[in-house]
Design a protein around this ligand. Sequence first.
Ligand code: SDX
Length: 427
Amino acid sequence: MSNTAELSVDGKTYQFPIVEGSEQEKAIDISNLRDQTGYVTLDKGYKNTGATQSAITFLDGEQGILRYRGYSIEDLAAKANFLGVAYLLIYGELPNQQQYQEFEKSIQSHSQVKEGMQTILNGFPQDTHPMIELSSLVNALSAFYPDSYNEKAGDTEEHVARLLAQLPTIAAWSYKKAKGQATVQPNNNLDYCSNFLSMMFGQAGEEYKVDPVVAEALNTLLILHADHEQNCSTSTVRLVGSSQANLYASISAGINALWGPLHGGANQEVIEMLEDIKADGGDVAKYVDMAKNAKQTGFRLFGFGHRVYKNFDPRAKIIKKAADDVLSKLGVNDPVLEIAKGLEEAALNDDYFVSRKLYPNVDFYSGIIYRALGIPTNMFTVLFAIGRLPGWIAQWKEMRATKEPIGRPRQIYVGSTLRDFKALADR
Ligand code: SDX
């Protein structure tokens, strides 16, 4: 195989180097395309454009493969715990006992959120969407820790530990505010997932008994959401960080990107869609037809389709199985689970979806488990953000460590050509 690609344009031929990754993915390096040819590329949505070389997460959309630092998502979901996966993503290796304990202790040492943050939260209306509060308060952390925007790249470990510690607390604060309940203090005697559940569902001043089934289900869901290479929100974190903006500002930007209904916000849309189908008599065929006529109906089957997976999203497979396990262990009978399965069955036997390789993605079944755990629908994407945080941090640190240039795409201008200014009286 040649290690260069040839491009012929305007009667000239140019050579560009071919880059190959550790999993034999290939790219044409066009870093000098404009200097050599005067041309730029155009690739809306970056469907064919690699923004970086990364050693964090590998996914193969055709094979339905997902690995964090070489470990399969199936292995990690079955055998790891979320903080261990966070350590793996951020530092590149699974932690040994001592490394894990030090990592957990460093996070727990930052569990107290500044009082002023509560004041900011209380400034929002009670029915504020929790994703607004999450991104706002994460950004506000820069104000309470101004060394975050004076730091030299690499001096960020304290901010890493603080974010991992405080994002769950901020999320739980948001939930308690919406419920009109007092907040529950973080409990450093509990593991990461149990502490979050205690802050969410415990009552101030009372011992909260965490259901191990719920904690285990949450641990699995957070692992499955922990990273996903250059998705929209991760690319946002890297792009914002490439301007030397601090970690809190970059993560806050990622939370905002994740909120979009085409991205992480889809998990909330899926449950609302399933509830609509249930209220409409459970007629899945009708909604499959509506999705097939999206251009007329404007209806999308949320939780279906993916930019990269053109085969089953491996996370969806794990979550679908977990949904059955968790609901039966908790004795929860949620009719929308059967509706979801019926919708999947109908779609996967319909040429519209098969021909476009539209399969259930990570968001299709996750909300059914979140709901069984007692998480309100408008917090599903908050849970996604808590899971994705270590991936965002890992990707931001990698971008900084490899001293990537500031991200600044080109464009093709299609607006007015030069014209003379007209005074107001003459217009
Ligand atoms: C996440 O990138 C990541 O890794 C993201 C994520 C992560 O972990 O970070 O995996 C998390 O965001 C998962 C995706 C959650 N979003 C949804 O479930 C929203 C519904 N899905 C779609 O909107 C869509 O599938 C996207 C946004 C996920 C992907 O869109 P693409 O790759 O830009 O594909 P497209 O919109 O160009 O669709 C191609 C065709 C179109 O039909 P034609 O124009 O060819 O006739 O497929 C159709 C689309 O209309 N299509 C759908 C559909 N998704 C695509 N038709 C009906 N229902 C859908 N869900």
